[in-house]
Design a protein around this ligand. Structure first.
Ligand code: AMP
Ligand code: MG
Length: 494
């Protein structure tokens, strides 16, 4: 049954549906499946305001839209087709439990995908029920909004609606629908799909569309496919460097979960590290550590190779030339990542100028943290405090081992740049969060929410809203888990 149509748009929806005007192979028309009892678990009023939507009207009439029971006026809902390499293996996928309502145009003219996730079956559902559980949808809401507050490009979360239905996973769970807002949902896997169907016109149309939407500066260049590839490579190099600098582990960096816009997308088994260790894996299904914290740049590089393969037919008519050009660009990734990562670490250490040994200096510090099993976020905050006092007798110490030699080197490095200590402290404060979504805090909030108490999650959201400031709201949320809490695990049964 198709959903009702919401005629009046007091909420401020202004839809355009440019993706639905692309070649037919790229999507299937599909409407959200109405649910038993729509309810509103959480609405992101700040994001609504940024989008030119009216929170009061959304609270009044939006619940049915967020639950998928009403399609807002102007929307032309579709499920997007895509493929992807999952843990290294190629698969045909598509939106199996998500529906793109369309693109909302903000009063300022920005274009955002508005997607319902968990909105019922689509032509791409395979054997899935098309549904999502409340806990994982709130998890995506909390962590994506935390990423945004950290200043890292990400899809956003406008609302989570409850459905009044139970869904069958390992146990019965309350169902929910997340309203996700994104620059777009075009993935590496979308290009893999367009290439795999072997229709050049479709691949060309998708390339043109993606350039116009995300890399308008490259429209009209001689080799659009290569320009697109370079643009995506640069944004991914920066994005993954930003993840690593705050200790984020995406957890399931399949090519269908990598967006061409350069936004972080698909919050499944993701989590933030507490103690620093490049081998950290949270996902229960990532047994080989493919998506481990420290392996993320390698995987981004691997995924970009898959994007390059998909674009080969457009890069050059002659296969050899296409491969050579793609390889040349792909080969830039390690240096581009290293450059962004070094810049991120310099900021974390309060370094404005550039010296050759900066990356090594940072790595020595990270090695100390690893050896001491020190808390990553907390250790960098103690560096900020050390920069404030600037006296070596206040030796930094992790796991009982003082860091005198390293600290002296770092202090000497700080002295070699012409910046006041106040400027150094300000820069470090802006690069080292006081608070991140600690796993034990996220779990606590979600457990309470699923049991019907949303107040714990709202306090957590408040604490995460201004992560680079020590606020009264985040005071109780800064510390890692108590020692001996055991390793944290995330599960993919979303
Ligand atoms: P994800 O793990 O969320 O990135 O999803 C991988 C693929 O599985 C995507 O094509 C999803 O649409 C699909 N999928 C995940 N869960 C479901 C579900 N409950 N029903 C149908 N398709 C699903
Ligand atoms: Mg996905």
């Amino acid at each position: 049954m198709a959903g009702k149509s919401d005629k009046k748009s007091a909420a401020g929806w202004r839809f355009d549906n440019s993706y639905a005007r692309l070649p037919d192979a790229l999507f299937a028309r599909a409407v959200p499946v109405p649910v038993a009892q729509p309810g509103l678990a959480v609405l992101n009023e700040n994001l609504a305001a940024e989008m030119g939507l009216y929170a009061a009207a959304l609270r009044e009439t939006g619940t049915e839209v967020f639950a998928g029971s009403t399609v807002p006026a102007g929307a032309d809902p579709i499920a997007q087709a895509y493929a992807g390499h999952q843990f290294g293996h190629f698969t045909n996928l598509g939106d199996g439990r998500a529906i793109l309502l369309g693109e909302h145009l903000t009063p300022a003219g920005a274009r955002f995908d508005v997607q319902l996730k968990g909105s019922g079956q689509t032509p791409y559902s395979r054997r899935g029920d098309g549904r999502a559980a409340l806990g994982p949808m709130l998890r995506e809401y909390v962590i994506s909004e935390a990423m945004h507050a950290l200043g890292i490009p990400t899809t956003r979360s406008l609302a989570v609606a409850t459905t009044g239905e139970q869904i069958a996973r390992e146990e019965m769970l309350p169902g929910a629908v997340l309203t996700r807002v994104a620059a777009s949902h075009i993935r590496v896997g979308t290009f893999e799909y367009a290439n795999a169907i072997g229709d050049r016109a479709t691949l060309e149309a998708l390339t043109r569309y993606t350039l116009e939407r995300h890399y308008p500066e490259s429209v009209g260049v001689e080799n659009p496919a290569l320009a697109l590839f370079e643009g995506v490579l640069e944004r991914q190099a920066k994005l993954v460097a930003q993840w690593v600098c705050v200790g984020f582990v995406h957890g399931v960096m399949n090519t269908d979960n990598m967006a061409l816009s350069g936004e972080t997308i698909d919050y499944g088994p993701c989590a933030f590290i507490d103690t620093y260790d490049p081998a950290t894996v949270f996902s229960s299904i990532d047994r080989g550590g493919r998506y481990a914290y420290g392996n993320q740049p390698n995987i981004a590089h691997w995924n970009l190779a898959r994007l390059a393969e998909a674009l080969l037919p457009l890069i050059d008519e002659e296969k050899d030339k296409a491969v050579a050009a793609a390889e040349e660009t792909l080969g830039k990734f390690p240096e581009r990542f290293r450059s962004h990562y070094t810049a991120g670490l310099r900021a974390k250490l309060g370094l404005f100028s550039e010296e050759d040994g900066d990356l090594e200096l940072a790595k020595e510090f990270l090695d100390c943290l690893k050896g001491a099993e020190a808390d990553f976020t907390g250790a960098f905050r103690s560096l900020v405090r050390a920069a404030e006092t600037s006296e070596l007798q206040d030796a930094l110490s992790f796991g009982g081992t003082p860091l005198r030699a390293w600290q002296a080197k770092w202090m000497a490095r700080l002295e070699r740049q012409q910046r006041s200590r106040a400027k150094v402290v300000a820069a470090m404060s802006a690069a080292n969060p006081v608070v991140i979504p600690r796993n034990h805090r996220v779990e606590e909030a979600l457990a309470a929410a699923v049991a019907g108490d949303l107040s714990v999650m709202h306090r957590l959201l408040d604490a995460l809203a201004r992560p680079y400031e020590a606020t009264s709201a985040n005071e109780a949320y800064r510390d890692g888990p108590l020692p001996g809490s055991g390793p944290y695990r995330t599960f993919c049964g979303t």
